[in-house]
Design a protein. Structure first.
Length: 173
């Protein structure tokens, strides 16, 4: 499936903010838009996990903060965090296909990193798919590094890769 053409948008009219439960339907829309164009790389179960319904997203607000990115008041991106024993886990990072490659992902990561700086956590980690070279490059530009490949047995039949960013006092040395 080909990607839709990018809207005429720029970071000058984009912003990121903490999401509220009222944003759940828009977050669900962005996740569905972003992952539908790469649907063929997911098992049915994995696709359901990355494209939760608004009701599921509403329940996730109790698990950690979520952000949305907006361009001219329209939600075009989202990311969320949960606290895990291994550090802060980046969950549900997505940018609408029509606004990818405009810096929206970086804007969301900046908001997430600002939040993380106030937590005292020293590690932020995420999982992505090997074929998503643009996403991997964006994460690397924002200080993330490859940790390991993951097997299909680890995540709903889809192989992937783990990335991390070390933050805090240990990183400053």
């Amino acid at each position: 499936m080909s990607r839709p053409k990018a809207e005429k948008a720029s970071l000058s009219n984009a912003s990121a903010r903490l999401a509220t439960p009222e944003d759940a339907a828009e977050i669900a829309r962005v996740l569905l838009e972003a992952f539908t164009v790469i649907r063929e790389h997911y098992t049915t179960e994995a696709f359901e996990v990355v494209t939760p319904k608004a009701e599921v997203i509403e329940g996730r607000f109790a698990e950690g903060p979520m952000w949305v990115a907006e361009v001219d008041g329209r939600v075009v991106g989202t990311v969320s965090l949960t606290t895990e024993p291994e550090g802060l886990y980046v969950r549900s990072m997505a940018v609408s296909p029509t606004t990818q490659k405009l810096g929206i992902g970086r804007l969301l990561l900046e908001a997430l990193h600002e939040h993380a700086a106030g937590t005292g956590v020293t590690r932020i980690f995420l999982y992505t798919l090997p074929f998503q070279s643009g996403a991997r490059a964006m994460y690397e530009k924002n200080g993330y590094r490859w940790v390991r490949d993951t097997t299909a047995d680890e995540w709903y039949g889809v192989p992937g890769l783990e990335m991390e960013k070390i933050v805090g006092k240990e990183n400053a040395a």
